[in-house]
Design a protein around this ligand. Structure first.
Ligand code: GAR
Length: 233
């Protein structure tokens, strides 16, 4: 059954765009019931409207306190009929009541290899620290920031001349691939949370696809950066 999802945004919405395109191409069995932004000028809202999706602004500054904002957000998501929530560059922490209402049904993307570099400056912190491998993480949301069980991660090289912007762009390109994949798995009912681990069930009737996936994983099982030189592979 097609999964109804709400997408919460605050900014550019490039992850939203990627998800919309994968849904429209039939690669994710989901439909977006609402796109909700806490910022009125979020480009993500235009992207949603362009694709005929219901877009709504709930400016957090209009509410007397955090609890009131979160209650309105939860109401908007529920009214839309969503059964899962995707945080796509949504820069607010969700209240425990919201998380409890959609336990193990809220996904977030973070532009770092968690548990390294949580918070709002993931890419800048990684670039400043001097890591040689950076990346992105899709995880289920729990009560702690950037903490829930991990669904998928992608690694990219971080280069000595990277600044926050150049590293963020390299990471973002991978975000656009792993977020739709994670949502496709959730929509297909293939994710099961066991403590901190997320188990991915094989695709139904997709023996060949699963096998192809395993073969691909063998070929790209690791990323070493800077690359190993002859004699060290
Ligand atoms: C993405 O890089 C996402 O990982 C990050 O915000 C950007 C949103 O881009 N999220 C966080 O930093 C959450 N802590 P987008 O609006 O173009 O999808």
């Amino acid at each position: 059954m097609t999964l109804p999802v709400a997408v919460l945004v605050s900014g550019t919405g490039s992850n939203l765009q990627s998800i919309i395109e994968h849904i429209e191409a039939g690669r994710i069995d989901a439909r977006i019931t609402a796109v909700v932004s806490n910022k009125a000028d979020a480009l993500a809202l235009d992207r949603a409207r362009k694709h005929g999706l219901p877009a709504r602004v709930l400016p957090h500054g209009d509410f007397p306190d955090r609890a009131a904002f979160d209650a309105a957000l939860l109401a908007a998501v529920r009214e839309s009929g969503a059964r899962a929530v995707v945080l796509a560059g949504f820069m607010r922490l969700l209240a425990p009541e919201f998380i409890a209402a959609f336990r193990e049904r809220i996904l977030n993307i973070h532009p770092a290899l968690l548990p390294s570099f949580p918070g709002i400056r993931g890419q800048a912190d990684a670039a400043a620290y001097g890591v040689t491998i950076a990346g992105a993480t899709v995880h289920f949301v729990d009560e702690k920031m950037d903490n829930g069980p991990i669904v998928i991660q992608a690694a990219v090289p971080a280069l000595p001349d990277d600044d926050a912007a150049s590293l963020a762009a390299r990471i973002l390109a991978m975000e656009h691939r792993i977020y739709p994949q994670a949502l496709a798995w959730l929509a297909a009912g293939r994710l099961r949370v066991e403590g901190r681990k997320v188990r991915l069930a094989p695709a139904r009737g997709g023996g060949d696809a699963a096998e192809a996936g395993a073969r691909a994983a063998e070929g790209a099982a690791y990323l070493v950066n800077p690359p190993l030189e002859a004699g060290f592979f």
